[in-house]
Design a protein around this ligand. Structure first.
Ligand SMILES: C[S@@+](CC[C@H](N)C(=O)[O-])C[C@H]1O[C@@H](n2cnc3c(N)ncnc32)[C@H](O)[C@@H]1O
Length: 273
């Protein structure tokens, strides 16, 4: 069963990256629509204007996150940082300003089209302290204890082996290192059939862990001072208007929409090694 969804997720984000590369689009939905599947979203509304200054428009328009993890990552000059599932590079490029020339930021992603877009954005911005790596968040291609802080924005829910992702985060963090992650969490149970719905999964909804499951997995791996704060609730209106596109909506039954109403939220997740 493991990695059944991975090919679908890769295809999904490959198409979004290709669309952004083809046509820089200014905005197409109201703020707050993270990780959407149908359209290129305006998740840039999570960022203060100042954070977006100097960023290429294609990096901003490829933003698919569910919050701004940089607000609570508190990155310092000179730190080495890793962004899991870096997409078009928005968080990596902003973070490059925080860590400065004495720091370094890696963006890790599995999708070739996203990596191409991220590298084009890096070149446009002219930053030297950034490196995009191809690989899986379940097998991070970096040495043990090499990273000060891990950020991630709406990615871990997409993995079919979340325990492995958490173990890998712990492995690459230096002692005392931290995670500052934006992710979707499940607030109430949904029918089993919906959990494996590929459209809902690749749109960052149905693969999510509950808050308790997330905390348990982090703590059993060794993370301390774990906090998870759900903030943006996904009502059926948000899912209808901002997460699924019209084609995908046709596949969803009215009863299914009721079942997912308020069942998920964007959350801020913090913990220390
Ligand atoms: C919802 S997008 C978020 C992108 C970026 N963090 C942002 O805020 O715009 C998810 C990204 O994670 C990548 N991704 C999903 N699953 C992955 C995995 N198992 N390993 C590596 N990358 C993955 C996808 O290719 C995609 O670029």
């Amino acid at each position: 069963m493991k990695n059944e969804m991975r090919a679908r997720v890769k295809e999904h984000y490959g198409k979004i990256a290709a669309r952004v590369s083809k046509k820089a689009k200014s905005s197409c939905c109201a703020g707050g629509c993270g990780c959407s599947s149908g359209e290129i979203t305006d998740t840039a509304s999570f960022y203060k204007g100042i954070d977006l200054k100097d960023l290429p428009v294609e990096a901003v328009n490829a933003s698919l996150g569910c919050d701004n993890p940089l607000v609570y990552a508190q990155l310092q000059a000179g730190e080495t940082v890793l962004d899991l599932g870096s997409g078009g590079g928005i968080d990596v490029l902003i973070a490059s300003k925080y860590v400065g020339q004495t720091g370094k930021i890696y963006g890790l992603d599995m999708t070739d089209e996203m990596l191409r877009l991220a590298n084009e954005n890096k070149a446009k911005m002219g930053v030297q302290n950034v490196e995009f790596l191809k690989g899986y968040i379940e097998k991070i291609p970096l040495p043990d204890e090499s990273i000060d802080a891990i950020i991630s924005n709406c990615v871990i829910n997409l993995s079919e082996d979340k325990e492995k992702v958490i173990q890998e985060m712990y492995r690459v963090l230096k002692p005392g290192g931290r995670i500052a992650i934006a992710d979707i969490v499940m607030l109430k149970e949904i029918p089993e059939s919906l959990k494996r719905n590929t459209d809902l999964w690749s749109s960052c909804i149905s693969g999510s862990m509950s808050v308790d499951e997330y905390k348990t997995n982090l703590r059993k791996t060794g993370f301390k001072q774990v906090s998870i704060n759900p903030s943006h609730i996904y009502t059926k209106k948000v899912i209808q208007q901002e997460v699924l596109n019209q084609e995908q909506m046709k596949q969803i039954q009215a009863t299914d929409l009721e079942a997912v109403d308020g069942a998920f939220a964007g959350a801020q997740i913090k913990a220390w090694k």
